[in-house]
Design a protein around this ligand. Structure first.
Ligand SMILES: [Ca+2]
Ligand SMILES: [Ca+2]
Length: 214
């Protein structure tokens, strides 16, 4: 946001009927608050990374886009962070505003791309959003229940928005070669690619799981 814009929005006449005729008195503290980064406090679980018995998720990186509310849903800002063992991540954005409606779009190395059900807005520089409480939190209700948590489908290894034979082939190849480490084919985050990973993708591919987006 431009400094000029921030100062304008802080002024006492910004929301008054004569806003176009003058800036009113600039409120420096209000301007400082407007210029602060916006924080998304997001909770999300990845199917394969979440253990419903221990109620713990293996930590992993997600990239979260804040997107415009109308087609073509331009990306307004992007941040990357680590979902902790409770599935919580705090992400900061500089290029979004309070009171504006945005979609939240989440990317993970092999979790299926998932969007917020509806548009959301930051208020007082914060937006809290929890995907795990209900299928209704995801666009198209496109999540899978694991224990008591709604989670993002695992298995989109190549990130093309569908879980299918192409993803299974990647996992199968890496498993055949006994590959280990931080790989897109490791669906449960144990740093080994094997049959356990293949099962998640196979199950979701059998159900023709694809991303559902606005
Ligand atoms: Ca795929
Ligand atoms: Ca694994």
């Amino acid at each position: 946001m431009q400094v000029r814009e921030i100062l304008y929005m802080s002024a006492d006449r910004y929301n008054s009927p004569d806003r176009f005729y003058g800036y009113g008195i600039i409120d420096a503290w209000e301007a400082v608050k407007l210029a602060l980064p916006k924080t998304l406090n997001m909770t999300a679980m990845i199917e394969g990374f979440y253990d419903e018995n221990s109620n713990v998720m293996t930590q992993d990186t997600v990239t979260v886009n804040i997107r415009n509310s109308s087609s073509p849903f331009n990306i307004m800002d992007q941040a990357t962070g680590i979902l902790n063992t409770n599935g919580i991540v705090l992400l900061e954005y500089d290029n979004v505003s309070n009171g504006v409606n945005y979609f939240i779009q989440v990317h993970h190395r092999n979790g299926l791309e998932t969007w917020s059900k509806n548009t959301q807005s930051f208020s007082s520089n914060v937006l809290n959003y929890n995907f795990t409480t209900s299928a209704l939190m995801a666009y198209g209700d496109n999540m899978i229940l694991k224990g008591s948590k709604w989670t993002f489908f695992s298995g989109d290894v190549n990130g093309d928005g569908s879980i299918d034979i192409a993803d299974l082939t990647f996992i199968d190849n890496d498993a055949s070669n006994f590959l280990t480490g931080y790989l897109p084919t490791d669906l449960n985050g144990d740093n080994v690619t094997d049959i356990a990973d293949l099962l998640y993708a196979d199950n979701n591919a059998s159900n023709f799981i694809t991303a559902v987006t606005p």
